[in-house]
Write a new protein. Structure first.
Length: 391
């Protein structure tokens, strides 16, 4: 069975959705012919014979190209029976092609892509998911958002992101810390886009000084940057953070590193003692899962995160990390300082986090769930047309 993926979010662009879709495609390609239609990118990394991109940037160019190139690929490859959308944003494109060529339409949804506060977007994109054959949510929270869009319960599956523990060797922290210049420091780590909902500015302002008072050797590494490629986020959080760090005289305790390659990011995970995900509870923006929590877990690094959106699906509270209530900066400061001082407890959490990631979030496990969803979401009519679609 062949698969066509239509997605705006894909490497070399950065972000959690990009990592999810890229990892899924990599695994599915091992056993299935697979094509990806995605957005413009002027990069050598973007040039693969199974990845198709428009010649011009922009949403309109992408949409027109996806429809035209998708039609060509479906005519030339009748074995392509499933069209997967990378997010709710591409639902109209997926449905038009799926209905025109009698294929299955399956959409991945992540959270914000279901609630983005635009009447035009809600009318043209989010409301269409109820017409899809399958909707795959990254968490129970995101599934609840899909149900609120009147999506059929029988079409919804909850499948979390995957991670590869093989990419993260264990317990080389001291060596990597020395190599990166953090010898003798306790390293707090944040990884991801710097959007308002991530709460990094508020964490620096309300928590970091308290933690420094208890753990003077702490250093906070911020990996990521402004979401310059995002269609919805435009805030200059990097600029705001730089000003805040300067105003609070935190230059020796905060490092804004910017985006890193996968190899360099893996090394930074090794140097970290704790991951922090201080997401805010906002009405018009949500955290659907928190894939960086899985990446840290794969490296044996536990996370402290707020109980927001789909984050509780990523952390087994008290075993693979700690959940705190959003906005409770006193509790967050206490938990972080206590874990930074208690190496034994922190390492126990990290070991369990890695075990949980390997058992429940390996790409082999996650891909098997996707394939089962393909089978389960085949209607009696489609089964009569396609005998054993995953053979």
């Amino acid at each position: 069975m062949g698969i066509l993926v239509i997605t705006w979010n894909f490497p070399p662009h950065k972000g959690g959705i990009e990592k999810l879709i890229a990892g899924l495609c990599k695994e599915l390609r091992k056993n299935h012919p697979l094509f990806v239609i995605t957005s413009y990118a002027d990069s050598d990394e973007a040039r693969e014979d199974w990845i198709f991109r428009p010649r011009w940037p922009g949403l309109l160019a992408f949409s027109l190209y996806a429809l035209s190139r998708g039609a060509v690929l479906l005519r030339r490859n009748p074995d392509v029976r499933v069209i997967i959308g990378g997010s709710a944003m591409v639902t109209p494109l997926v449905l038009i092609l799926a209905r025109s060529f009698r294929r299955k339409a399956i959409i991945n949804v992540h959270g914000l892509d279901l609630i983005y506060p635009s009447i035009l977007y809600q009318t043209l994109c989010a409301r269409w998911i109820k017409n899809c054959d399958g909707v795959i949510a990254n968490s129970e929270f995101t599934a609840s958002l899909a149900r609120a869009k009147k999506t059929r319960e029988s079409s919804i599956r909850v499948i979390p992101p995957g991670v590869s523990c093989d990419d993260h060797p264990l317990f080389q922290g001291a060596q990597v810390k020395n190599e990166l210049g953090f010898e003798g420091r306790k390293v707090l780590l944040y990884v991801g886009r710097l959007t308002r909902r991530k709460g990094v500015k508020e964490f620096v302002q309300h928590c970091l000084p308290n933690i420094m008072a208890e753990v003077p050797e702490v250093v906070f590494l911020i990996v990521g940057g402004n979401p310059s490629e995002s269609l919805v986020h435009r805030d200059d959080i990097v600029g705001e953070l730089k000003a805040l760090v300067r105003d609070l005289n935190l230059e020796s305790h905060v490092r804004l590193i910017g985006w890193l390659s996968n190899a360099d990011l893996a090394r930074v995970y090794q140097a970290a003692d704790l991951l922090i995900v201080p997401a805010l509870s906002l009405k018009d923006d949500v955290e659907g899962f928190g894939i960086v929590i899985l990446e840290a877990a794969a490296a044996g690094i536990p996370a402290v995160a707020t109980r927001v959106g789909g984050i509780p699906d990523a952390i087994e509270d008290g075993k693979s990390g700690i959940l705190v209530e959003p906005g409770d900066y006193g509790q967050m400061s206490y938990v972080l300082a206590d874990l930074l001082r208690n190496d034994s407890t922190r390492r126990d959490l990290g070991r369990y986090a890695r075990k949980r990631a390997a058992e429940h979030h390996s790409w082999e496990t996650i891909t098997a769930k996707y394939k089962k969803a393909f089978r389960d979401l085949s209607t009696p009519e489609s089964k009569s047309q396609i005998e054993n679609p995953l053979s």
